[in-house]
Design a protein around this ligand. Structure first.
Ligand code: SF4
Ligand code: SF4
Length: 371
């Protein structure tokens, strides 16, 4: 019973998270700054912001303090549950697995090539972290296929701001039909980071060499193509703790099991526990006011009178929202930001350039920052 239910539960969780992510991205693009952007709820943005945070500077563009909280949460999560974030929570991993269901026959990447391709994600991790820290920006963002995906409701932005990310997204989508989780295996820097940290976790998949019938079902089911049937303990950083190997094994619990230290976990329990701990932590942090990943609502600002500086304006805000959040009158705001009065007030700040040739919102912010 547990064997089957764990698979269903995991799929339901992945589909709900993927659907929820798409909804949040849609609301952000249509509804503006009160909904979190893809960057503010991507834990990897926290790593890119780490240097700014450690050196006491302002958060880099599009990052909120809650993004840092989310980043540290995923680090602790990896220490406890290895790459369970990848296996049971990440919406981009879910998207790849769903696409992988369409064609059952998969290509086996030649072992020598596969070995080298796996290393690329560690290179992406090091390069992107260093470049983000040097440039104090979300350096990886234009190349990020998930950021591109999150902008699918605004085709022009997807193709202008995220052209390379869109190309990588298209390649990933096509590859996912033939290769299981191609982006997770070869390119994702977050997966690389969680894999390294997860090596310290007490959570593991163990196979009993004496009882195992060597049928190879576990290996066949593994979305990361790990040769489960030939190792007694899955120690590789590639394992995403999805429990599919345990769930598929006819001798689950005796021949192969998921263990947390000495405690044996049924696949369904392992999946539910990790997801519950992750979202439960977010709920607790949010209740404690530590998980802010979007601007306060206008009602909250009006109630508390906590206005922001021009340097903290977001490109996704409309001119009218910008005036409100900075506590300026609308006419004054137009003057301060040097916006011609014929630009409609519901124009997003990052799109003023569509009406005023050469208008650079970020430069204007820098110029008027402390006002
Ligand atoms: S490897 Fe990256 S894309 Fe894949 S599941 Fe993990 S975080 Fe998501
Ligand atoms: S070894 Fe098992 S738990 Fe790890 S990725 Fe493969 S199927 Fe999932």
């Amino acid at each position: 019973m547990f064997k089957k239910s764990s698979g269903i539960i995991r799929w339901v969780i992945l589909v709900v998270i993927l659907g929820g992510s798409v909804l949040i991205h849609y609301l952000h693009l249509k509804g503006g700054a009160n909904y979190p952007s893809v960057h503010s709820i991507c834990p990897y943005g926290g790593l890119e912001n780490l240097w700014a945070w450690l050196s006491g500077r302002a958060n880099i563009q599009k990052i909120f303090s809650g993004t840092m909280v989310l980043f540290f949460l995923t680090i602790v999560f990896a220490l406890v549950f290895r790459r369970s974030f990848c296996g049971n929570i990440c919406p981009f991993g879910a998207l790849q697995e769903l696409l992988g269901l369409i064609l059952s026959r998969k290509i086996k990447v030649p072992a020598a090539l596969d070995k080298h391709l796996h290393k690329v994600k560690y290179f992406v991790l090091i390069l992107s972290a260093l470049m983000a820290w040097v440039t104090l920006s979300l350096w990886l963002s234009p190349y990020d296929p998930w950021a591109a995906f999150a902008h699918m409701f605004k085709g022009e932005e997807m193709l202008e701001e995220y052209l390379i990310g869109t190309i990588i997204l298209a390649l990933t989508v096509v590859a996912a039909f033939f290769i299981r989780r191609p982006f997770c295996k070869y390119l994702c820097p977050a997966g690389a980071l969680y894999g390294i940290i997860g090596k310290l976790s007490p959570y593991k998949i163990l196979r009993d060499e004496k009882k195992c019938k060597k049928c190879g079902i576990c290996t066949k089911k593994c979305p990361m193509d790990i040769e489960v049937h030939s190792c007694e303990r899955v120690t590789t950083a590639e394992c995403i703790s999805c429990n599919r190997c345990v769930e598929a094994c006819p001798g689950a619990g005796t021949m192969i099991s998921a263990k947390f230290a000495a405690l044996s976990l049924k696949p369904a329990v392992a999946v539910i526990a990790s997801v519950a701990v992750f979202f439960g932590s977010i709920f607790v942090l949010d209740s404690a006011g530590l998980y802010r990943v979007s601007l306060p609502t206008q009602a909250e600002v009006a109630e508390k009178g906590e206005y922001i500086k021009i340097r903290d304006l977001r490109g996704s805000m409309t001119i009218e929202q910008g005036a409100f959040y900075t506590g300026k009158g609308l006419d004054d705001f137009y003057k301060i930001m040097e916006i011609p009065s014929d630009v409609p007030k519901d124009t997003q700040m990052k799109h003023i350039s569509q009406y005023v040739k050469g208008y650079d919102f970020h430069q204007m912010k820098a110029k008027k920052g402390s006002e």
